[in-house]
Design a protein around this ligand. Sequence first.
Ligand code: SF4
Length: 482
Amino acid sequence: MRRWLFADQLGPHFLDAAHQPVLLIESKAVFRRRAFHRQKAHLVLSAIRHRAAELGDHAVHLKTETYREGLRQYGEVVEVCHPTSRRARDFVRAQEKVTVLPARGFVTSQEDFATWADRRRGAARLDDFYQHARQAHRVLMDGDEPAGGRWQVRVADATRPRELPTPPTPVEDDIDAEVRDDLDRWAAEGVEFIGRDGPRQFPVTRAEALDRQQHFLVHRLPHFGRSDEMLADDPWLAHSGLSTSFNLGLLEPLPAVRQAEEEYRAGHAPLSSVERFARQVIGWRDYLWHLYWYLDAGYPAGSQRPGQGSIPEWFAKLDAESVHARCLSNALAAVRDSGWAHHAVRQALLGNYGVQRGWRPTEMVDWFQRAFVDGQEWAMIGNVVGMARHAELGSVTTEAYAVSGTHINRTSDFCGACRYDPKQRLGADACPFTGGYWAYLHQARERLHGNVRMTRALKQLAQIPDVHEIVTQERARGDCAP
Ligand code: SF4
């Protein structure tokens, strides 16, 4: 039967055979409904069109206003792998001529996760799931024990890697030129985008993705794992930059982790880095995916609190120039110019600022999904909502995230040239992240009481004499660009 592939199902592992007939549908309505980053729209359309060109006569490639129209135009029965959003799942389930198959592109199945989580009676913690997945798939195992004797291996090397080679930039072709022309025309017709256009920076074909993966294995994997660090002039550090390829379905997670393990077994990469990569891919990535379905619609909705506000326009539209806080301005500029920033920037700067200012988690999820080239609802809900609830989901995730300017100063090189002082929490030079952190903790202190991870921070809060002035100052700062 012909297999309908969504834009995040483009790798060979979404087909049963190389020459299986394929249906590809470009829906313009997806881009009309919400304003996506221009480079994200380019990446997705370019990836679909490159896949259609690769498949040649085996693919029916339709450009329609909606998926419904595309299916009507094709007219025959198709099958599709389980889509990656609730909206798409509900849509495909409602179609008479669409058979829905189990999901692909992840390491563990939904049934496996549900069985495992049910056995834990709601205490479905990431660390436990990671161990379960490692054992089940024999990743970094020596017999029945984890390689090196520990499930999580600390990164021992404190030396900051310098001048790692930049990942190879893809070479644009005629398909990219056609996509750019189409997007220019759509923009002229009124379709709204955010961010700036620019040369395509991420893979759209399996071959490009494998090149990028190989570059990572050789150059970055040995340094992978220094995940807190942020540098103004180095957007990549040792991060893999493979998330767009995983999320377009061009790379398959388990083989990628197995290749990383081979690098460790061959003595080319330390266990600490390879273990961290495995944890990101078969732990965190799979965990977020399953959590999205396991908790279903209650997860984002349950995170809302009365009084939470909307994301201000300067943040939503990536207006980096209006921001004086150097770290935040740099982060917004990175997203504006490339649709990408590494994990620490997303968490410590962008997500953290939204948490401190009390912006609605569902809006933050939507923004991350639209502004980032690798943004997916299932990934962003776990990341953003988990952060926003600030470890209140103690039974589900062990992540907690709100940090002050002193943390940002410790982990980055932003503060020296900033007009604010990360140590100051009150006054004209008060760092908005530091003042914002204490004001947030003060306002959330009752909810956080009893959370062991917050005990120390709450004790420090109790010793701050001018906390009410800080709260007043941060209320006055409000949602203005800092
Ligand atoms: Fe960011 Fe505060 Fe440091 Fe400025 S002083 S760069 S606002 S953390």
